[in-house]
Design a binder for this molecule. Structure first.
Ligand SMILES: [Zn+2]
Length: 280
């Protein structure tokens, strides 16, 4: 079994001209794939580094350019995504585990594959190296790749935010933190499908949480409601306590699964819509 430690760089929408809009079906488009292949003894047996030609966001967002130093001219000469994924999946070979620093890259890889109709990559064996690093250090906040490199005393030999260089650093971290029991390998695809179903279920009931007055615990009437992607706000007035109440419900990932958490707080009129106020 081989470990494929990969990293991606993405380009996203930037309003260069009036009248330009993002494509809601693909918010982040892959512009670079970098990967290191390790065998079961953690020896490097292959490398992969490819610039991808974007077709949705052809001009590089200035923030992306600043971070990655990849420019529009470079990507315009890149490999088309479908072709790139074809050679990437051939390079992956049989029986490999995908590994990355955090969930964003595997999520982005799957989104791009779905968008371009490519199904040659299997997402059923995955290791989140950032999660292992966090578990070992008892960390609750997601650390940056650079901070982990520093924390483990790995020598910095190339700049960060280059997909190949980040994949290389991630593989060096992996060699130091991997636990040989193999219990960190998850069926990512299956978990992802379950999570998406759960989020859809929760979204359907997100606006049903009542506003409770934190002072007297009565259910009060909703005057105003705002629903966002994973957040729901409602406002009301407790006629008993003569208080303005602000309610927020969120879909959060806690204790290994998605759930809704609700908060009701008192706020003064001048704080309307603000974050201040007493929380129950
Ligand atoms: Zn009350």
């Amino acid at each position: 079994m081989n470990y494929i430690v990969f990293d991606l760089e993405f380009n996203m929408f930037f309003k260069f001209k009036e009248g330009e809009y993002a494509n809601p079906a693909l918010k982040s488009e892959i512009i670079q794939i970098g990967a290191v292949k390790l065998n079961e003894h953690f020896e490097t047996i292959g490398i992969f580094d490819l610039i991808i030609k974007p077709v949705i966001y052809k001009r590089i967002n200035p923030y992306v350019k600043k971070k990655t130093t990849i420019n529009t001219r470079q990507v315009s000469q890149g490999t088309p995504f479908v072709q790139a994924i074809e050679s990437f999946s051939q390079w992956l070979g049989e029986d490999s585990v995908l590994c990355s620093w955090g969930h964003d890259d595997i999520l982005g890889l799957r989104d791009n594959c779905l968008f371009f109709g490519v199904d040659t990559i299997s997402f059923n064996k995955y290791i989140n190296i950032q999660q292992i690093y966090m578990n070992q250090g008892g960390l609750t906040m997601q650390p940056s790749l650079e901070s982990a490199v520093e924390g483990l005393g790995i020598e910095k030999t190339s700049p960060f935010h280059d997909a190949f260089s980040d994949a290389f650093y991630t593989s060096e971290i992996f060699k130091k933190v991997f636990d040989l029991s193999g219990k960190s390998i998850i069926n990512w695809e299956k978990e992802q499908i379950e999570n998406e179903l759960k989020i859809r279920e929760l979204k359907a009931v997100l606006d049903q949480a009542p506003i409770l007055c934190p002072q007297c615990s009565r259910i009060i009437e909703k005057d105003k409601e705002i629903t966002k992607a994973k957040k729901y706000f409602a406002f009301g007035y407790c006629t008993e306590c003569k208080l303005q109440i602000r309610h927020v419900s969120r879909i959060v990932h806690g204790g290994g699964e998605y759930c809704i958490t609700s908060q009701n707080s008192i706020y003064k009129m001048e704080d309307f819509g603000g974050l201040e106020g007493r929380t129950n």
